[in-house]
Design a protein around this ligand. Structure first.
Ligand code: CA
Length: 526
């Protein structure tokens, strides 16, 4: 029998009238909160599960419930001090209008530069840097996916052992390419996403395309001449190196596979000739997101990620944060923190476009929260957003990237890459933006991974980190129990990012866990 820990509650802001119960298994009704923690002397009137909120004072019907110093909801009935405050007793506040926001009004003192940090990466011709050395096989359309899967398996079995400096071969399978309204304005998003993923820094500038032949998304529409580097010595005006399955040269299925395998060889030869070299940390492009969040996310893992984000920005690197519906309730913080009025306007433009996208489907931001979020103590999207946005740290927002767009050379610092919050879609769009390391926080737990980029998973609770000891790369739950500070966990993550960028494998890589690419297609299908 291990002795149970004394009751522990956590309050994040002096004005909050709720605190979160931190104990594994929650606290029973009748528990008296001891001295030295928020709510000391209070007797719990209900059983309060781990991660859930307890009222620290009597809250009248209609009264504001405050966490993070902001109103996360209004009481639907009177809540006595010591009672469990959950989603069913809270009404969500209205979303902040996108009119009249403070635009670039905060001028934070520049963060002091952080010098001398490096990693071992693969330098690309376009100036970007890979953290992995992978051959990607781009597909124009879902029709070729089965053939490409078999070709990739053959390349791995027959060729990859001859090229020990190449980490992997990955087929870029997706559901787009035909049966879609390809000239609809919003079709630009999935098309440019796929184009830019093919050019991700981890693919070394090698582009090999497999096309069916009759599809709407033709290879030179996907990758117009001039839009990508030609690494194979062909004319700069040539289209991508393409295997077309409907070509009359192919007689039978095996000839298609033979053709793809043969065409892969010169790409693998060039990738294999590369070596890791010492590169300043400023070449990192770190995408951050969360998935399967709980009430701990906002005061353990996400603040640690935010601290590491500031370290990265100070080192001259790029940090992308995303997830439109999870920043919508904090829009004022974003526009205020924008480096210039133009950046603030771009935040409003992207979130306004997303509001209208949701309205078209007769939904709004409240559609974001999941049953697991609520079971984990997150009452609604207003509460979830406040805990999500801290992943972005404190730096000014330097750039805004529309979905599927790629960072331009020289665009560095903190970037708001405006994407849906869906884990797979956000990860896919951050790959398109040029991400070379992904940091992912989770409280409920997800085995999420990507084939194209290492994913560092940060657990919000020690209980999860212990049970999923071979899936979680860092335990930020130690912040809740006082075993580590946010600063310590943030530095630990920063150093882990440098190690992983240099080739150390994450748990998801060791188990070869990879989710599908999921393109964001807001345009109609036909
Ligand atoms: Ca997410």
């Amino acid at each position: 029998m291990t002795p149970s820990r004394p009751p522990l509650t956590i309050r994040l802001h002096a004005e909050d009238n709720v605190a979160v119960v931190a104990n594994d298994g929650g606290l029973d009704a009748g528990t008296v909160l001891p001295e030295g923690i928020p709510g000391a002397g209070l007797t719990l009137l209900d059983k309060v599960p781990q991660g859930h909120k307890v009222a620290l004072a009597d809250i009248p019907e209609g009264g504001a419930v405050r966490r993070y110093g902001v109103t996360i909801g209004f009481a639907l009935k009177a809540l006595a001090a010591g009672s469990w405050v959950h989603e069913r007793v809270l009404a969500i506040p209205e979303a902040r209008s996108l009119e009249g926001l403070p635009m670039a009004t905060v001028k934070p003192a520049p963060l002091p530069p952080l010098e001398g940090f490096t990693f071992e990466g693969f330098r690309n011709a376009d100036g970007s840097v890979g953290t992995r050395n992978i051959l990607a096989v781009t597909t124009t359309v879902q029709c070729v996916a089965g053939v490409v899967a078999q070709a990739v398996a053959r390349i791995k079995a027959e060729l990859l052992p001859q090229f020990p400096n190449v980490d992997d071969v990955v087929g870029l399978e997706h559901a787009y390419g035909c049966g879609v309204a390809i000239d609809a304005p919003d079709a630009a998003i999935p098309i440019r996403t796929l184009r830019h993923i093919s050019l991700n820094p981890n693919f070394g500038g090698e582009v090999l395309v497999v096309s069916l032949g009759c599809e709407k998304l033709q290879p030179d529409r996907l990758l117009p001449p001039g839009s990508f580097p030609i690494a194979d010595g062909r004319d700069a005006g040539a289209g991508p190196d393409t295997v077309c399955l409907q070509s009359p040269d192919h007689v039978g299925f095996q000839s298609m596979l033979d053709d793809i395998v043969a065409r892969a060889r010169p790409h693998l030869e060039r990738l294999d000739a590369r070596r890791r070299e010492t590169i300043p940390a400023s070449a990192l492009v770190v995408g951050v997101q969360c998935g399967g969040s709980d009430a701990f996310s906002g005061f353990t893992a996400n603040p640690a990620v935010g601290f590491a984000a500031d370290l990265l920005v100070r080192a001259g690197a790029t940090v992308m944060f995303s997830e439109n519906t999870e920043v919508r309730d904090a829009v004022e913080q974003l526009t205020r923190r924008a480096a210039t009025p133009e950046v603030a306007e771009a935040v409003v433009r992207e979130l306004g476009w997303y509001d209208r996208y949701l309205e078209r489907g007769r939904a709004d931001r409240t559609a974001n929260t999941t049953p697991g979020n609520k079971a984990g103590g997150l009452a609604n999207i207003a509460e979830k957003a406040m805990g999500s946005i801290v992943k972005s740290g404190t730096a000014p927002i330097a750039h805004v990237l529309p979905p599927g767009e790629k960072l331009a050379p020289g665009q560095r610092g903190l970037v708001f890459a405006a994407t849906p919050a869906s884990d797979f879609i956000c990860g896919t769009l951050q790959l398109a933006a040029g991400m070379n390391v992904h940091v992912f926080t989770t409280g409920r737990g997800t085995p999420y991974g990507l084939a194209a980029c290492p994913v560092i998973k940060v657990a919000t609770r020690t209980d999860l980190a212990r049970r999923w000891h071979d899936l979680m790369d860092l335990d930020a739950g130690r912040i809740a129990t006082g075993e580590a500070t946010i600063e310590e966990a943030g530095w630990e993550l920063f150093r882990l990012i440098l190690d992983v960028a240099s080739g150390r494998r994450t748990w998801a890589e060791r188990w070869k866990l990879a989710n599908a690419l999921v393109l964001f297609n807001p345009a109609p299908v036909t």
